[in-house]
Design a protein around this ligand. Structure first.
Ligand code: NAD
Ligand code: GLY
Length: 403
């Protein structure tokens, strides 16, 4: 078991006894039992471990052993893999499993997997016996820096994504950075796009630091391809990766602490709403391509570029800042082709976004890197939206060779 002192620890400070910590580092899964023992209720005896076959095959034995080592009776339930199974029907099956296992109000649920597993298991925990405690053990980059922190849980319905859900904060989050070693490249790209987004909307230093890390990764990959002697060891990069993830979690924790339930009336630069930067066009891109072409984070990458283009055209953002944003998205990884998509079709799809309030889309735009502004649809002319979408979809998807 790794020692507690080897992990980074980020507090999420909330009212009403809902505070918790995010423990981050290589091998952190070995501490899952100890963390669950400290985070769940004192009387907890049983833990329902929720995962999917792929993730459970890779990390289930380790997670279950850690939980059993801390004295829990553990049973696992695996949801089928994929976003299309993040439904009420699947949640119903999870709830049946909790009942059959005899899970009581004082017991706990552990979610082991990406955002799909985390959202569904968290939702099931939120409604089972009107709420049982749960622990997040996220295994994708996106879930480690974003979805496991903040207590948004939910499922999709036939009408759209995440339309049914609950705010239910976890009792703890355990981020094992080693799990990223088996993550497919596209999933990493999707996570890095969300990381770029988080820095861009609220923390310039986080933005620059994330970009610098990504530039180092890109250089490392080129050196390996070119046969160069790579000086920095994998371990050194691994530690910096853990520090970046911790900084990303700390940023998310600050936003969540200030606006836990994303109040409708809030639209200031520190409101939770700013985390939707890139999501208006991102969701539209996902919808017009039938949720098949893009990973969510990849669509958000294009969405960030489109919102950046709008910001520049409205005179809010300097061209140099936009260029820096373009560079960061390029460093996140190669995005799927999008140049063939029709901007007008995407613009029409924006109107169906569930983030609309009073029938109107609220754009999250940038005044600078690190400072967002929420703007009403009426202040953004349709021709600006169209031109911005076109420009974003044309943005080169690969890095210039000298970057
Ligand atoms: P995901 O959960 O679908 O995981 C991506 C893929 O990676 C899956 O095939 C999964 O089985 C696999 N996988 C997971 N961990 C792995 C590992 N370590 N090694 C190999 N394969 C692994 O995708 P995601 O990007 O993690 O999450 C997306 C979901 O998160 C969406 O449903 C989205 O709505 C939700 N989300 C929620 C919030 C929130 O605040 N609750 C925020 C952002 C996104
Ligand atoms: N992912 C956006 C939020 O948690 O609010």
């Amino acid at each position: 078991m790794v020692d507690e002192s080897e992990l980074l620890s980020v507090p999420v400070r909330l009212g009403g006894g809902r505070s918790y910590r995010v423990e981050i580092g290589a091998g952190a899964l070995s501490r899952l039992g100890a963390v669950a023992r400290a985070g769940l209720r004192r009387e907890a005896r049983k833990v329902a471990l929720v995962s999917n076959p792929r993730v459970f095959g890779l990390y289930g034995a380790r997670a279950a052993a850690a939980l059993r080592g801390a004295g829990f009776e553990v049973a696992h339930w695996l949801m089928p893999e994929g976003e299309r199974f993040k439904t009420l029907r699947t949640a119903g099956r999870a709830l049946d499993f909790f009942s059959e296992f005899g899970l009581e109000r004082s017991d706990g649920v552990v979610a082991l997997g990406g955002g799909v597993v985390g959202d569904l298991a968290g939702f099931a925990a939120a409604v089972y016996l009107r709420g049982v405690s749960f622990v997040q053990a996220p295994t994708t980059l996106l879930s480690q820096i974003d979805s496991s922190v903040g207590g948004k849980t939910g499922v999709n319905t036939g009408a759209g994504k995440n339309l049914v859900g609950a705010f239910h904060q976890p009792s703890a989050v355990v981020v094992d950075t080693d799990t990223l070693g088996t993550l497919p490249r596209r999933e990493l790209t999707a996570g890095w796009c969300e990381a770029v987004k988080q820095g861009a909307v609220g923390d310039r230093r986080l933005f620059e630091r994330t970009k610098k890390f990504l530039a180092g990764e890109a250089r490392g990959a080129r050196d390996v391809r070119g046969g160069a002697n790579v000086k920095e060891s994998g371990a050194g990069r691994g530690e910096e990766l853990a520090r970046i993830i911790a900084a990303q979690c700390a940023f998310k924790a600050r936003i969540v602490a200030g606006d836990e339930r994303e109040e409708l009336a809030r639209d200031d630069a520190r409101s939770r709403k700013v985390l939707n930067f890139g999501h208006t066009v991102g969701h539209a891109l996902e919808a017009v391509t039938g949720y098949r072409r893009f990973r969510h984070g990849e669509a958000v990458g294009y969405g960030c570029l489109a919102a950046g283009e709008i910001s520049r055209r409205l005179g809010l953002l300097d061209e140099s800042e936009l260029e820096s944003l373009r560079g960061a998205v390029a460093l996140a990884g190669r995005l799927p082709e999008a140049g063939d998509l029709d901007a007008e079709t995407i613009r029409r799809a924006l109107r169906k976004d569930k983030k609309a309030v009073g029938g109107s889309v609220r754009w999250v735009l940038l005044e600078s890197l690190g400072r967002a502004r929420v703007v009403d649809e009426g202040e953004v002319p349709g021709r600006v939206v169209l031109a911005s979408i076109r420009a974003a979809l044309r943005t080169p998807r690969t890095l210039p060779s000298d970057s």
